[in-house]
Design a protein around this ligand. Structure first.
Ligand SMILES: [Zn+2]
Ligand SMILES: [Zn+2]
Length: 329
């Protein structure tokens, strides 16, 4: 099969790999679409050569159902990219991200992908393969899970710090759920996308002080909720300044230590600071429901490239001039 190899320093190659051999309860999927995730950019730009690629957002058609009782050849599927053992108390509840024996999908930018049957999700016939990548992967999964963590209500002022694909997905989800979204970034192209996806306000933090802008928009109250989707010390600090009294900040951008003033940022204002990671397998039907009620998922996808043009696709994505980018073998 053909697959994408990360060569280092922003270069990729499309080369021949052996087809996956099915083990355990795996099924074999012929890939139709794979999405490039913001989390892949670090290894794309890193100086070292990788064996394969970090693709983990994928949909396709089952071409070998192995020992599966749940799937048959021809089924259209997505893959929940983080999976658990399938047997512990968390897995039984469909909460694979809490399992102590987790594994995850890699190498989705390829013609074929193998995945355990208990982490595959059926794509309804009315869901296109590219939209299915977002419904079954990070694209909508993360924003949906965040909406549950934040308990989003209509009328909330929600600041989104950083509108890369994950921030954009949150802008869409929060707006759809009735929040008045304030998108903050330094990339005007992505701010305009946030607006198209439903954000009520946009702030370019290089041109305008975001705290002052948010204070004005919220009539001095500051935000009810803040979603940090960058993963930098400064953006967490900004999010903590943007949140109002009794508000909540959720961090999505991966990073290490960030200094937080416990009294000044949290205690004196009853502010909640929380993390949120990926989404739960069990949440997938609710995400599909939102899509059917009009969540404009397809608008987040700005580009489709053939797998063989992976270099152009990765470069375009890494330059920040795209929403969600799909690769299609
Ligand atoms: Zn991802
Ligand atoms: Zn488990």
């Amino acid at each position: 099969m053909l697959g994408v190899q990360l060569l280092g320093n922003g270069k990729v190659a499309v080369k021949e790999y052996p087809d996956p051999n099915l083990t355990g309860n795996q099924i074999l999927i012929k890939v139709k679409d794979s999405g490039i995730c913001g989390s892949e950019i670090k290894s794309f730009l890193a100086p070292n050569l990788q064996e394969f690629n970090d693709g983990h957002e994928v949909t396709g058609v089952v071409i070998d159902s192995g020992k599966s009782q749940r799937f048959k050849i021809g089924d259209r599927v997505g893959v929940h990219a983080v999976w658990g053992c399938g047997n512990c108390r968390w897995c039984v509840a469909g909460q694979y991200t809490y399992c102590d024996n987790r594994d995850s999908l890699l190498g989705a930018h390829a013609e074929l992908v193998a995945a355990p049957d208990h982490v595959c999700l059926k794509l309804p016939d009315d869901v296109a393969f590219d939209v299915g990548v977002l419904l079954s992967g990070d694209g909508m999964g993360v924003p949906y899970h965040v909406s549950k963590r934040l308990n989003t209500k209509g009328g909330d002022f929600v600041c989104i710090v950083g509108v890369g694909p994950i921030g954009l997905g949150n802008a869409m989800m929060q707006s759809f759920l009735g929040a008045e979204v304030i998108a903050i970034d330094i990339n005007d192209y992505r701010l305009s996308l946030a607006k198209e996806l439903g954000a009520a306000h946009t702030v370019n933090a290089q041109q305008t002080d975001p705290v002052e802008a948010v204070r004005e928009i919220t009539h001095g109250m500051l935000a009810d909720k803040c979603i940090e989707a960058v993963g930098k010390v400064e953006t967490v600090k900004v999010a903590l300044k943007l949140v109002g009294k009794a508000g909540a900040v959720v961090t999505l951008g991966e990073q290490g230590d960030v200094p937080v003033n416990i009294s000044g940022n949290l205690i004196r204002y009853d502010v909640t600071l929380m993390g949120s990671w990926f989404y739960h397998y069990a949440e997938y039907p609710a995400i599909v429901d939102l899509y059917r009620r009009g969540l404009p998922v397809a608008k987040l996808i700005t580009d489709h490239f053939p797998l063989t043009e992976a270099q152009t696709a990765f470069t375009r994505f890494a330059n920040g001039q795209a929403g969600k980018v799909m690769l299609e073998p």
